[in-house]
Design a protein around this ligand. Structure first.
Ligand code: SAM
Length: 469
C-alpha cells in the first residue's frame, strides 16, 4: 500500500500535479510515520509548491529518522541554497559528500557556493575530484584557475586558465597573473638596444667554442641566446619565475637554440653541481641589477655563483659596477608624493596619511626638473670577481656645491660588462631617444631640507639604500 502511494506520488510530482503528490505522500506517512523516504518526497513536493518552511521540516524529519542517507542532506542543502542560507547549504552538502563520497551530485553546487564565497582552499579539492571523475567543464577549469591563483599556486592557475583561454573572463585572470609576475621593466630591457649591444659585445669578446656559460636571470632568454650565438659550447640559464622560464624556453626553441641552451627553473642560489648543472661554468653572465644596484640581490647571486657554480678562473659579465650617490633638488617630483606649502597654507600634515612615506622613486629623473646640489660621489668600486654578498655599510660626508632644497638622495650606476664595454644609468641619458631601461633610484625626503653651498651633509649607505644622518 505504502509503495503504491509513493509510486503514485512520484508520478504526480514528475507530472507537475503537486496537489496529487502532496496527498499521496501524506497518506503514505499516515500509514507509517517513521518512513524517512516519505518525508524526503513530501519535502520535495512542498518545496515545489513554494512551502519552503514545511519542506525544510520534512527534510529535517527524514534526516532525524535516517541520518545516514546522503540524499536527505543534499536535498535540504538545495533548499537552503534556494533560501540563500549558504552556510547551512554548505554544511549539508559536505555531510552528503562525507556519507557518500562517490555520489557526484553534491559536488557541483558545493563548488559553486564555495567559489561564490571565496573559500578557495576548500573548493580546490572538490573541483579536483570533479575533474578526476571526468566532470571537467569550462566553468570548472575557470573556477579552478581562479582558486589556484587566489591561493598563490600560480603554475596550476595558469595551466587551468589556459585550457579555457577562449573565455574572456579566463583571459582577464591570466592577465592578472602576468600583471603580478611579469614586471613592465622586462619590456623596457628587451628593447634597450644600448644595453643589449653592450652585453652582446662583451659576450663576443669572452665566449669561445669551449665555453660553458651560466646565465643567471633568463628573462626572455636574450643573454643566453647571445651567448649561444657567440659560439658557446653549452649555455645553462636559470630563471626563478616559472612563468617567465616557460616562456624563455619557447622563445629559445623558436630561435633555434634548443640544443645549446638548457633553461633551469629556479633560484640560482639553490642550484647545485652536478644535480642541476653537470660542471662549473667558464663564464657567468647576469643582469639581475636594480635601479639601486644591489636591490634585486645581484651581489648575493654573483657571490654564490663564484663559490658554487663557476670555475676558479671563470669570467664574469659584468666584471664591475660603480654606484653614485648625489643630493637632489627636485620640487616637482617631490610634490607628486608629498604635500608642503600651497596657496600660502601649510598642508604638510597631509603627509601623515601619505601612502608614500619613505618613498623610493624609480624612474627617469631627467623627465622632471632637477638640480644636483652636490657632486656625484662614487661608492667604492664593486669588483664582481671579489665583491662581498652584500653592499658594505658606509658613511659619507657630502659637500653642498649648490645652495637649494634637498628633496631626495639619488643613485645611479655604471656597469662594466668588460674592460671595454660600459653602460650607465646616469640621468643625462634619461631624455635620450635611447634612455636606459633602468631609471635612477631616488629616496625622497618627507621633509625637504634647505642647504647653503659649503654646508656638509652626512649620508649613511646600507645594502638597502641610503639616508641622511
Ligand atoms: C632584469 S631581468 C633580465 C632578463 C634577461 N637576462 C635580460 O637581460 O634581458 C632579471 C631576471 O632575473 C630573474 N632573477 C633574478 N635573480 C635571480 C636568481 N638569483 N636566480 C634566478 N633568476 C633570477 C628575475 O626573475 C628576472 O626575470
Amino acid at each position: 500500500m505504502i509503495k503504491s502511494l509513493m509510486d503514485w506520488g512520484i508520478h504526480c510530482l514528475q507530472a507537475g500535479n503537486l496537489q496529487g503528490a502532496l496527498h499521496s505522500f501524506e497518506q503514505a506517512l499516515w500509514l507509517d510515520a517513521n518512513y524517512a523516504e516519505g518525508y524526503l518526497f513530501l519535502g520535495l513536493a512542498q518545496q515545489q509548491s513554494g512551502d519552503r518552511q514545511s519542506a525544510q521540516q520534512s527534510f529535517t524529519k527524514a534526516i532525524a529518522l535516517n541520518p545516514q542517507d546522503a540524499r536527505f542532506y543534499f536535498y535540504r542543502g538545495e533548499l537552503y541554497r534556494q533560501q540563500q542560507a549558504y552556510h547551512q547549504a554548505i554544511a549539508d552538502y559536505r555531510q552528503a559528500i562525507a556519507l557518500k563520497p562517490d555520489w557526484s551530485e553534491p559536488y557541483s553546487p558545493l563548488g559553486e557556493l564555495l567559489f561564490q564565497m571565496g573559500n578557495f582552499p576548500e573548493l580546490i579539492p572538490i573541483l579536483e575530484a570533479l575533474d578526476r571523475a571526468g566532470a571537467g567543464s569550462d566553468t570548472l577549469y575557470f573556477q579552478l584557475g581562479v582558486a589556484y591563483r587566489c591561493t598563490n599556486q600560480i603554475d596550476l592557475a595558469k595551466q587551468n586558465l589556459e585550457r579555457v583561454a577562449h573565455l574572456p573572463s579566463a583571459r582577464l585572470e591570466l592577465k592578472e597573473i602576468y600583471r603580478q609576475k611579469v614586471m613592465d621593466w622586462h619590456f623596457w630591457m628587451m628593447n634597450d638596444a644600448v644595453r643589449n649591444q653592450a652585453y652582446d659585445l662583451a659576450l663576443q669578446e669572452l665566449v669561445t667554442p669551449a665555453s660553458t656559460v651560466l646565465d643567471i636571470g633568463t628573462g626572455s632568454g636574450l643573454l643566453a641566446m647571445q651567448s649561444a650565438r657567440a659560439g658557446a659550447k653549452q649555455v645553462f640559464t636559470c630563471e626563478m619565475e616559472p612563468i617567465i622560464a616557460e616562456m624563455a624556453e619557447k622563445i629559445i626553441m623558436r630561435n633555434g637554440y634548443r640544443q645549446v641552451i638548457k633553461v633551469i627553473t629556479g633560484d640560482s642560489n639553490l642550484l647545485q653541481i652536478p644535480q642541476d648543472i653537470p660542471e662549473r661554468a667558464d663564464i657567468l653572465v647576469t643582469e639581475t641589477f636594480g635601479a639601486w644596484l644591489p636591490a634585486e640581490g645581484a651581489l648575493q647571486t654573483i657571490y654564490h655563483a663564484r663559490q658554487h657554480l663557476l670555475k676558479p678562473e671563470a669570467k664574469i659579465i659584468p666584471c664591475a659596477g660603480v654606484m653614485y650617490v648625489v643630493l637632489l633638488e627636485a620640487a616637482e617630483l617631490h610634490g607628486r608624493y608629498f604635500a608642503g606649502y600651497s596657496s600660502g597654507f601649510d598642508l604638510s600634515w597631509f603627509n601623515h596619511i601619505s601612502p608614500y612615506a619613505d618613498y623610493k622613486f624609480i624612474g627617469q629623473i631627467g623627465q622632471h626638473e632637477y638640480r644636483l646640489l652636490t657632486e656625484p660621489v662614487p661608492l667604492p668600486r664593486l669588483d664582481f670577481y671579489h665583491a662581498p654578498p652584500q653592499l658594505p655599510e658606509l658613511h659619507l660626508e657630502l659637500e653642498i656645491t649648490n645652495s637649494g632644497t634637498i628633496h631626495g638622495i639619488c643613485s645611479w650606476f655604471d656597469l662594466w660588462l668588460s674592460d671595454r664595454h660600459m653602460i650607465t644609468t646616469h640621468p643625462d641619458r634619461s631624455l635620450a631617444h635611447n634612455a636606459p631601461s633602468y631609471g635612477q633610484w631616488v629616496q625622497l625626503l618627507e621633509e625637504p631640507l634647505t642647504v647653503e653651498a659649503g654646508d656638509t651633509k652626512e649620508l649613511k649607505v646600507t645594502p638597502d639604500g641610503c639616508s641622511l644622518v
